[in-house]
Design a protein around this ligand. Sequence first.
Ligand SMILES: *Cc1c(COP(=O)(O)O)cnc(C)c1O
Length: 365
Amino acid sequence: MNNRIFLSKSNVPLNNLNLLEDNNILEFEKLLEEYFGKEKSVLAVNSGTSAIHLSLLLAGVNKGDEVLCQSFTFSASANPIIYQGADPIFIDSEIDTWNMCPYYLEKAIKHRIKNGKKPKAIIFVHLYGMPAKIEEIYLIAKKYNIILIEDAAEALGSTYKGQKCGTFGDFGIISFNNNKLLTTFGGGALICKDVKHKEKALFLSTQARDKAPHYQHSQIGYNYRISSVLAGIGRGQMSFLNEYISFRRSINQFYKSFFKEIEGIHVLEESDKNLFSNHWLSCILIDKKKTGFNAQELRLFLETENIESRPLWKPMHLQPVFKETSYFGETISENLFKQGLCLPSGSNLTKNQLKRISISIKKLL
Ligand SMILES: *Cc1c(COP(=O)(O)O)cnc(C)c1O
């Protein structure tokens, strides 16, 4: 038979898993499925944010619904709740892992149920790669039969009791944005427990086109699929993942030994043996009473030494854009924001640069 003549370039069927799809995307997904475990179905998309949005769509979150969300996080964890016209309810952190506090999570659920409205989903996060109180949160979600969405955007390769972060929730999401541990220069993944969910997410992420010879739509769709070029980069990057994790962990180890001698500075570390963090970023908390300087003062000083550091995420319940939303908790996340700092942690840091950072910090002490 003659080669097929296409309408416009190659007409790749993008919304059918069974048809020959783009090879880079399928191979990248295959690598991710092998990584997360065969029973998981993974859809590669154009960002972690779109993966969160897709999981809310799959969870059936609609206008007027309520979604419980970790307050101490990047805004992309919460924004898709608003895309759906739903209402976020923010939950404070606990001090061991800096992630969602199970006590206030359950308190919020009980309060909402008493008011006649059970929340539709829970979004919890493994911030800076540190696994959250997964078991407690999982059991609460099960107890009240609420869909659990696991934002593992920063936690690729982190584990809890040996199981990979991103595989605990009903849906898990990963980000391959520029600043993340593994980058495709923009990209994300949705991890599903059921291939039917992956198929539905694929349908929604490729403009929700019904099966028909013409363009027919009975639902609103999205253009969320990853590009083939970026998936190709992801395929290449996957073989370096373990190396990247070891490197970030060695940086964290460096900071841990360095700050051990210094009173008043605490490095975020695994609080028990069940946790394994990829240590995407190394973070510290500063007690001004003991050091004589606060986080902001250290950051500005490091700036004069030409060393970049950054405040921790500002909690969502303190953001102007979310000022009308409800919040359950105390001031844990607020204090983390006030006292914390992210230190240089990139995969291209040299030993000399780490030394320079430690010498600079000593100067201020
Ligand atoms: C980066 C990030 C996201 C969003 O991922 P993108 O790929 O940038 O859209 C979501 N949640 C957290 C916690 C993140 O750090």
